[in-house]
Structure formats: structure tokens, C-alpha cells
Design a binder for this molecule. Structure first.
Ligand code: AMP
Length: 196
């Protein structure tokens, strides 16, 4: 059974790495909006030209643009499961995602929880080009903090939210995630039987 997942987590939470692990483990698509934007910037496409100054400043790309990008990608992955990385980031994006997945709803939204000070330490040691500037790192954190509580509340209210401790060895965190996802998938299978 192919899960449909959202991973939420601040920059430096290890979210991207864990999404890649989950994609491999379940044979599903890893859709990272940050990666898509960075590729678009590198290619110099229209999207890339629009997004470049925002990425550089650590500001969010507009909801309309991001929703269109994700809608397009979800339409192409078809029936296969997926893990969304970096989307939704705002309440409006979450509402749009609900509509986009009306036929095949999300199985679970996981909040990969890593304290801010640990995340900052990881990021400043990471040395990726666009992470070098501390002001940009802090700007991204501010944007994250501003929206995340509403998103968590929104998904908790829909009984989709699980929180997983993101501290510890990479493999340990992966096992925690897989355990939570498998439990949700088992519940989905049980629910389907009940509906027959
Ligand atoms: P990430 O790799 O997820 O940290 O994303 C890198 C940058 O891409 C962010 O700082 C934003 O500028 C932009 N971005 C990625 N996903 C979104 C989104 N869902 N909404 C708005 N901006 C986004």
C-alpha cells in the first residue's frame, strides 16, 4: 500500500533526508518544493526567475505559484503514493492540498520535531551555499514559526497529525517514522474493510 504523506519540520530537522529514506522504503515519490525551486532557478525557467530573489532572501514564494507547482506534480504522480517535503507551508496551501487530494486523502502528516537550537547548530555546520548567510537562516526560521502552529492545529483537528522525535541517529529516526506510518496504513486497511 502506497502511503500519502506530509512531513513538516523546520530547516535543519533532517526532514529532507528522512523524506528520501521514506520514498525509498515505500517506493513512493519524494516531492520537495525547495528542490523543485532550486532546480528551476538553476535551469533559469520562468518559475526559477520568479523564485530566485525570494529563495535568496529566505522569503516564501507566493501561495498561488506553489499550489500550481504542487498540483502539476501530483497530477503526474497519479496513483502512486508520495511524500511532500516543504509543502504545505501556509494555511492556504493546506486548504489547497485538501482539495487536490480529495479523491485520495492524506494518510498522515508528521511533525518531525527538532528543537530550534539543535536545528541552527546543524544548519550552520551544513555549509550549503544558501545556508551560509545567518540572516537568511533566521528569516527562514521566522517564516516557519509564523505559520507552523496554525498548520499543526489544522492537521491535529483533522486527526491527521503525528509528532515524531527527530533527535538521535538517522536510522533511529527513520524507524520511528516508519512505525508511525505503518500504524496509520494498518488503520486505513482496517477502515476499508469496515466500509465494505
Ligand atoms: P526548503 O528547501 O523546503 O527549505 O525550501 C527552500 C526555499 O524555497 C524556502 O526558503 C522558500 O523560499 C521556498 N519554498 C519552498 N517550499 C515552499 C512553499 N511550500 N511555499 C513557499 N515557499 C516555498
Amino acid at each position: 500500500m502506497s502511503p500519502r504523506l506530509v512531513l513538516l519540520g523546520r530547516q535543519g530537522s533532517g526532514k529532507g533526508t528522512q523524506c528520501a529514506v521514506l520514498a525509498e522504503a515505500y517506493g513512493i515519490e519524494h516531492l520537495s518544493t525547495g528542490d523543485l525551486l532550486r532546480i528551476a532557478v538553476a535551469e533559469g525557467s520562468e518559475l526559477g526567475r520568479k523564485a530566485a530573489p525570494l529563495l535568496e532572501a529566505g522569503e516564501l514564494v507566493s501561495d498561488d505559484v506553489m499550489i500550481a507547482v504542487v498540483a502539476d506534480h501530483l497530477a503526474h504522480v497519479g496513483a502512486v503514493g508520495w511524500v511532500l517535503d516543504g509543502f504545505p507551508r501556509t494555511a492556504r496551501q493546506a486548504t489547497a492540498l485538501k482539495e487536490l487530494t480529495a479523491d485520495r486523502p492524506l494518510d498522515v502528516v508528521i511533525n518531525l520535531d527538532v528543537p530550534k537550537d539543535v536545528a541552527i547548530e546543524r544548519l550552520t555546520g551544513r555549509g550549503r551555499d544558501d545556508d551560509v548567510d545567518n540572516d537568511v537562516i533566521m528569516r527562514r526560521f521566522e517564516n516557519y514559526e509564523r505559520e507552523i502552529d496554525r498548520l499543526l492545529e489544522w492537521y491535529a483537528g483533522r486527526r491527521l497529525l503525528e509528532t515524531v522525535d527527530g533527535l538521535g541517529a538517522r536510522a533511529e529516526v527513520s524507524s520511528r517514522l516508519i512505525e508511525v506510518i505503518d500504524r496509520r496504513l494498518a488503520a486505513r486497511a482496517g477502515g476499508n474493510l469496515d466500509n465494505r
